[in-house]
Every structure is written in structure tokens, then in C-alpha cells.
Design a protein around this ligand. Structure first.
Ligand SMILES: [Cu+2]
Length: 240
């Protein structure tokens, strides 16, 4: 009996192992066939200006005495945060997460400063401050939104049907600004606080990578992607 149990265990392990192995092989084969990765950093050329401070003139108990301007955020090693990197001319379904994309109004700033949103997906607009905000979009392709969000209204949901880079402001706090980037494809990322980005599953071939930053403008770069490989880029932006 004991020997039988041992044999059964070995058998189960072999079957389980074979399953895991074959599953891994299928996954890696699918990845290799489907595309490569474009990753890297967006960096500032020259000496970055010191971060600007903006005086907070109301709701100071929730928003503090000042906020740091986010129109140009550069790390000590010159990585530019909040640049949007995308691959031009590719079609695909945007990456959707299990939870709704979320834009919070916190400390009288938009968090995150740049939110990438798939077309047609509900965006939760939160009010963590509990003060009156007024959400205002400056869009051309999507309807303009100009909505008061009183302190008691913790959440609003909005959907954007057309791909567009939309500037957002708060009419109650003029220093509040951010961006909603509505995308109809998955080949897009915003740089983090080190200036890093990563775009996965890019079809093999030669592509144009576009970088956009709200005050430094746009640059493009040609890149060749190979299946299953990671292509690293350093993209430089300078003050115009
Ligand atoms: Cu506000």
C-alpha cells in the first residue's frame, strides 16, 4: 500500500511537471512569436531648472502651504518624469486592468499627473481632499467636461470615447493641472520618477517611437524590434 502511494505521488509529480513544462513552452513560444520589448529612459539634456514651488492660496488645511509644479520633473540623474512614450502606427487592444483607471485629487494635485486610459473605459475621478474641486477638461475630440465635485462626492466616473491627449485643470485651485491620455492601442507608457518606460509585446519590425512631454514637446526615434528581444533606448529632450 505504501509503495502504491509513493508510486502514485511520483506519477502525479511527473504529470504535473509535464503540464507546467508544456505550459511554459507554450507561453514563451507565444511571447517570442508575438513581439519584443522597447524600454529605456527619457533624459534631460543640459542643466535641469530647479523645481518650481507654487503658493497654495486656499484650503491650506488639506492642501498645505505650497505644491511643487509638475510641468517639468527631472530626477538627480536627469530622468524626465511624466513623458509619454508611444509607438506610432500600430493597432491593438489597449491593456485593460481589473480595476478602473483612477485619477485622484489629493493635496490639491492630480494623482497621477498623467493618466493613460483605454478608449471607452470608465475612469474613477476621486476626491480624497474632501474639499470642492471642479474637474475641467480641455478636449477637442471628446466632449468638454466641467464638473463641480464637492467634498462629499468621493467619486465620479467618466468615459472618454476618442483617443486624445487631454489637459485637465481644476477651476477651484488654478495651480492644479494634469493630463488624461486616451489611447486606442497598448503600445504606450508614461515615464516614472527615474525617466524609465517599458512597452511590451511590440510586433517585430521597424517602428517610430514618439515621446511627448508637456513643456519640452515631441521627439521621434526609429527603432527596430526583434521577436523575443528587448531594445533599449535613451531618448533626449531639451528645453526649446
Ligand atoms: Cu481643486
Amino acid at each position: 500500500m505504501r509503495r502504491l502511494i509513493v508510486l502514485m505521488s511520483i506519477g502525479a509529480a511527473v504529470v504535473f511537471g509535464a503540464y507546467v513544462f508544456s505550459n511554459d513552452r507554450i507561453n514563451s513560444a507565444a511571447f517570442a512569436a508575438s513581439g519584443g520589448i522597447i524600454s529605456g529612459r527619457v533624459v534631460f539634456v543640459g542643466d535641469p531648472p530647479a523645481a518650481k514651488k507654487i503658493k497654495v492660496t486656499k484650503d491650506n488645511d488639506k492642501c498645505g502651504a505650497e505644491v511643487t509644479a509638475e510641468d517639468l520633473v527631472v530626477s538627480p540623474d536627469k530622468g524626465i518624469q511624466n513623458a509619454v512614450v508611444s509607438v506610432s502606427g500600430l493597432k491593438g487592444t489597449p491593456v485593460k486592468t481589473d480595476t478602473s483607471p483612477t485619477l485622484d485629487q489629493k493635496g490639491c494635485t492630480f494623482r497621477p499627473h498623467i493618466l493613460i486610459v483605454p478608449v471607452g473605459t470608465g475612469v474613477d475621478i476621486l476626491n480624497s481632499d474632501g474639499v470642492l474641486h471642479n474637474f475641467h477638461t480641455y478636449s477637442n475630440k471628446n466632449p468638454v467636461l466641467n464638473k463641480a465635485q464637492p467634498g462629499f462626492k468621493k467619486k465620479m466616473s467618466e468615459t472618454f470615447a476618442q483617443p486624445e491627449v487631454i489637459k485637465i485643470n481644476c477651476d477651484a485651485h488654478p495651480w492644479m493641472s494634469g493630463w488624461i491620455v486616451v489611447t486606442d492601442h497598448p503600445y504606450i507608457d508614461a515615464t516614472d520618477n527615474t525617466g524609465a518606460f517599458k512597452i511590451v509585446d511590440v510586433p517585430p519590425g521597424t517602428h517610430t517611437v514618439e515621446v511627448w512631454h508637456e513643456t519640452l514637446g515631441k521627439v521621434t526615434k526609429t527603432v527596430t524590434v526583434k521577436a523575443g528581444e528587448e531594445t533599449k533606448l535613451t531618448i533626449e529632450l531639451a528645453k526649446k
